[in-house]
Design a protein around this ligand. Sequence first.
Ligand code: COA
Length: 256
Amino acid sequence: MTPLIQIENQGGVRILRLNRAEKRNALTHEMYEGLCQALDEAAADASVRALVFAGSETAFTAGNDIADFLSNPPQDDDAPVLRLLARLPRFHKPMIAAVCGPAVGIGTTLLLHCDLVVAADDARFALPFVNLGLCAEGGSSYLLARRIGDARAAEWLMLGDLMSAADAHSAGLVNRILTAADVLPQALRWAQQLSAKPPAALRATRALLRRTSRAEAEAAIKAEADVFRELLQSDEAKEAFAAFLEKRPADFGRFT
Ligand code: COA
């Protein structure tokens, strides 16, 4: 397992912690690979009753590592990022996210698959896919509107601005806002609480909550991946990525 994903157990709770602070926990294909493996192990291990996703106290994740994405673009469904996204709606145990600092791209779409989300008052959320010449991923073209309504979903996915913790809380993406130091402890308290519940009843309730959305989420993930792969080859995306790497504003004026 890559050291960029740290795995820890606390009773029946498994904590998956992103560990690449110097790059704001931006996710590389190696990290997606590690997360896939960690999810499979957690799913298969009966002693794991709940999962907590965490970053550091200053960053949840800056989303896809843009440089790594350019060197290792997802070519087919076997790409680590697409394998991870396919696993999220199928994972059958409670998932809780502890979010401090930025939660960009998949850092926000991952939350749509979590059962509970606690965020720091300094947390920031963004879905800058369009700004990068790309499209929604992780089922967000369906799950975001379901969660926060059509108007806000259009705002988040089309404008791609950074949203505050207060915005995310009032939109219904986040259950609770606390100070950064209290975020992980709260996520662990919830996870311990869930771990002590009768597991069959909890599993059944969770499955019922997702009864109508799971198939839709899986269909959205597939449809998004097809468009995403195509857009990744586009000149618009090339300009957006070059601008990011060169630390300059992108110029889409020449595109029609
Ligand atoms: N891919 C690759 N590198 C990234 C990255 C990403 N998604 N996000 C941040 N980094 C790198 C920066 O290039 C910088 O590297 P450097 O120190 O070698 O110059 C380092 O991480 C720190 O980033 P910085 O922008 O200085 O941190 P910040 O705290 O000021 O801002 C963010 C944090 C997340 C708001 C900002 O980094 C950002 O907007 N990143 C891009 C997010 C994005 O578009 N993700 C893709 C989603 S699909």
